[in-house]
Structure formats: C-alpha cells, structure tokens
Design a protein around this ligand. Structure first.
Ligand code: ZN
Length: 249
C-alpha cells in the first residue's frame, strides 16, 4: 500500500499526525504531490520530514514560488512566500542543512509516472499551476483536454478539495462515496486533498491510501489551535492563514 499526501503548507502538527496514521497501517511508500511549504509556520521542519520519509516528491506552485518568485499570488500568500524563503535561508542547524533544503526544492520534478498512474500537483495539462475544481465538471473542454493526457489514473492536489472526477464528468466527494473508490477500467482523476490546509468543510488533515484495487480517503484530527497560535505569533503570516484552519476554507 501507498500513501499519497499533498499540500502540507508548512503545517507540522498536521504532517506529524498524518505520519502517525500512516505508520499504523501496512504502508510501504509515501508520495507527496507538492506544496510542502507556503502559508504555514514550519517550513524547515516540514521539508526535512518530507525529504526523509517520501519516496516521490513533486513540485507545487508554492515550492516553486519560494525558489523562484511568486507569480499571481495574493498579498498574504506573497508575504508568506518571502517569509518562508527567509526561514529556508537561515542556517538551522547549520549552513549545510540550509543548502540541502534548497537543493532538494530546486530538483523537484513536476510529474511522476508509474505505468497507468500519473502524479501531478495541479493538472495533467499544467502540472504545477492549473486548478481542477469540482465545478470544472461543467467545463467539458478543460476536462477532456486533461483526461486525454491520462492513461488511466491521475492523482493530484492543489485545490485542497478531495474527491474523484470521472471521465463522464461526475465529481464525487469522499462523503458521497463513503471515502472509498474502487479502481476500475475507466479513467479517473483523484484529488487527494490537503494535509495542512483543508478547504472542504472538514478541518482534519486529508490524504489518500492506495492499494491495488482501491482508493481510500483518510481524515486525521490534529491540534490546529497550536498551528494557529504559531501563525498569529508570526507577524509576516497573515492571521487569516491561521483562522482558515479552523474555518476549513
Ligand atoms: Zn496548496
């Protein structure tokens, strides 16, 4: 079995809770679909954990923004990006550790393929940047263009809204399918949700467990009040970024 995580956003409490949940199952590898950093208060710690525990790690738009420059970010996201960059430049615990983090970020790939399985942060068409929202099922052209690039199964993150898109343009949230979806012949896109900043009305960390035949969505409670307090105590991180962990949006 494999765990697929995404959109951690420097939320250490959420990431640690997910790793504990992963360790309680027979999971052999962990894939991370990007946005390890940005928004949250623990970029170094999250980066180190992902680097040490995940076998495949992809590039997200926030990871890219920290290395290069933020494009199209709102003011709060931009400020959090510059603050994140400062944290990553800090030689903690030494200069070599900081250099390794930059090197790791700079080498992240935008896609990963294993046979019928494709992994991206955003979409098959634009792996780092494009959002595929549940309401995009009404945008036939966009969905067809993306499905055309998928052999059978694509796993993605970026929107922080978990669920399954089918090629006949249906979207199923985890609640609608009892958090379980069988892998069949037909193509699907699976959004694995967000570990560190869920926006689907459920504040618990979200990720996916995949075995040969089934996708299972997992929700893991964690102490988000602790994360919120750190954000509130960091002037460069907008208080809104904390509040939304409680408000789940
Ligand atoms: Zn994200």
């Amino acid at each position: 079995m494999k765990a697929i995580i995404s959109d951690i956003h420097s939320n250490l409490e959420a990431l640690e809770a997910v790793f504990v949940d992963v360790a309680s199952q027979d999971i052999k590898e962990i894939y991370c679909l990007g946005d390890i950093i940005g928004y949250g208060p623990n970029p170094r710690e999250c980066l180190d954990l992902v680097r040490n525990h995940c076998q495949v790690v992809l590039l997200g738009n926030h990871d890219q923004a920290a290395v290069f420059d933020p494009k199209g970010f709102n003011p709060a996201a931009e400020r959090s990006t510059f603050w994140t960059r400062k944290q990553l430049e800090a030689p903690v615990p030494n200069r070599q550790a900081a250099e390794q983090r930059w090197e790791f970020l700079g080498e992240l790939a935008p896609t990963h393929r294993d046979g019928d399985f494709l992994y991206v942060h955003g979409s098959p068409r634009k792996p780092v940047d494009e959002y595929i929202f549940p309401e995009d099922i009404y945008n036939q052209r966009k969905m067809q263009a993306n499905f055309a690039l998928v052999k059978r199964y694509c796993f993605q993150g970026h929107t922080h809204s978990p669920g399954i898109f089918t090629e006949d343009l249906q979207f199923y949230s985890p609640e609608e399918i009892d958090s379980t979806y069988p892998l069949e012949e037909r193509k699907i896109l699976c959004n694995v949700g967000s570990v560190g900043q869920p926006r689907d009305g459920d504040p618990r960390a979200c990720y996916v467990v995949l075995d040969d035949a089934t996708i299972r969505f997992r929700r893991v409670p964690y102490d988000y009040e602790q994360t919120i307090e750190k954000i509130v105590n960091t002037p460069d991180l907008d208080d809104f970024l904390g509040g939304r962990l409680r408000d789940r949006r």
